[in-house]
Design a protein around this ligand. Structure first.
Ligand code: HAM
Length: 423
């Protein structure tokens, strides 16, 4: 019996992987321009990091984590997201003491959530994310948002919608929390058991409950926007001013609460407007998380970031009908006729490759005609044909596959010949 791939995971095969590589390259390129540096953290962490960081009343922590006990009896979790790990590393490696604040980091790698798989939702998915730690300037909120928007735009996406909200500072959140408790308490019996638990612990989470989404009290729930104090309002105003200055269109959505507990002030999501994108339209999510560094044991440090998955990025490209031109073709295919010539191409191939050319030869003992077919399949720009006779005379025949033109080249100067073509 054959063994299949686990539910909610994907194999990314050649032909498709090139698009992944292009997005990854573009993301790295943009991070270089914006001055974010890469951080690589482990794929698993102590479970406590996520219950404390992401929040133990969130769906992620309550229902979606891949948690197991290792052979040493420790509770370990495959990372469901990258912010908690980045902050853990920031604290543990004392990056708050480094020169060059704020510390601006990015990461790219697999995340794991035990969710019900559907289009755009996987159990293993790859996030690209950035985190800027150590600045309370609303200009960096705008910078982080613009990085995400520009990445999408540079890959050709245009049907994008940015929604933003402010979750305010601690005081604003506390005032809103009270209002939410008062709103839901009298009828909390009509809600799911999770929401009943959330009421006192974290009533904001009720707002993104998937089960009770359609309850009438959801529509009339007090909105955080009405509870923002002056400072929080001013901060949010500045973020909007900078976004406008950067020509980034946005909509304020007072219902945007995000599914993780660490947020305050700015929260945002980027959605795809493309027709036929499917039910899940969020491409990217992020926000400010002042207080998280302290929660993980570090000094008071503000932070903001976002994460997006490459899977949904690709789905959006497909929905908008954007096709990337993938740079294909190889420089040279070495075709050989005769045993000695075949042996010789083993070394010649290596010479070409080490000199910087993409090159291939036959490994299936094919006839010369089939070798030309293989060269065609690889879109070889040149085919160099070596027979036993040419070998004796130190010659090789080079055919330009575009023009059909053929030249005879000294065998031991084949590499020079190709270098001359490139120059
Ligand atoms: P999040 O909203 O949970 O936020 O996830 C961010 C993005 O990851 C989503 O917008 C989506 O593109 C992708 N994503 C999440 N779950 C899945 C899934 N099951 N399948 C495919 N893609 C998925 C965070 O993870 C925060 N750490 C973002 C952040 C960084 N906030 C501040 N800094």
């Amino acid at each position: 019996m054959s063994i299949n791939i686990p539910r909610g995971t994907q194999d990314i095969l050649p032909g498709e992987v090139e698009l992944w590589q292009m997005i990854e390259e573009k993301a790295r390129e943009l991070c270089e321009k914006y001055q974010y540096q890469e951080i690589r953290t482990p794929i698993f962490e102590h479970t406590d990091l996520f219950s404390r960081g992401v929040g133990d009343t969130t769906d992620i922590v309550q229902k979606e984590m891949y948690t197991f006990e290792d052979k040493g009896g420790r509770s370990i979790t495959l990372r469901p997201e990258g912010t908690a790990s980045t902050v853990r590393a920031f604290v543990e490696k004392k990056m708050f003491g480094l020169p060059g604040q704020p510390i601006k980091l990015y990461y790219m790698g697999p995340m794991f959530r035990y969710e019900r798989p559907q289009s755009g939702r996987f159990r293993q998915f790859v996030q690209f994310g950035v985190e800027a730690l150590g600045s309370n300037d609303p200009a960096i909120d705008a910078e982080v948002i613009s990085l995400a928007m520009n990445l999408y735009k540079e890959m050709g996406l245009s049907k994008l919608k940015l929604i933003i909200n402010s979750l305010g500072d601690k005081d604003s959140r506390n005032a809103h929390r009270e209002a939410l408790i008062n709103h839901f308490k009298p009828r909390i019996g009509e809600f799911c058991s999770d929401c009943q638990n959330r009421l006192e612990k974290n009533p904001l989470r009720i707002l993104d409950c998937k089960q009770d989404r359609d309850h009438e009290l959801m529509q009339t729930a007090p909105s955080i926007i009405d509870y923002l104090n002056e400072e929080s309002k001013a901060y949010f105003g500045k973020v909007q001013q900078y976004l406008t200055q950067l020509d980034i269109e946005f909509e304020v959505d007072p219902n945007l609460v995000r599914g993780l507990d660490y947020y305050n002030h700015t929260a945002f999501e980027i959605m795809s407007n493309a027709e036929g994108f499917g039910a899940i339209t969020t491409l990217c999510g992020g926000g400010r998380y002042n207080g998280l560094v302290e929660e993980i044991g570090g000094p008071e440090t503000p932070g903001i970031g976002f994460a997006l998955s490459i899977e949904r990025f690709i789905a959006a490209l497909k929905a908008e009908g954007i096709e990337m031109e993938i740079n294909q073709g190889i420089d040279c295919y070495l075709a050989a006729l005769g045993e000695e010539a075949k042996d010789y191409t083993v070394g010649l191939l290596q010479q070409l490759r080490l000199a910087g050319f993409s090159a291939e030869r036959d490994y299936l003992n094919r006839k010369i005609k089939a070798q030309f077919k293989a060269a065609d399949r690889l879109q070889a720009r040149y085919v160099a044909v070596l027979g036993d006779d040419e070998l004796k005379n130190n010659k090789i025949n080079v055919k330009n596959m575009e023009t059909g033109e053929q030249v005879e080249v000294e065998l031991n100067s084949l590499v020079n010949y190709f270098q001359g073509l490139k120059a």
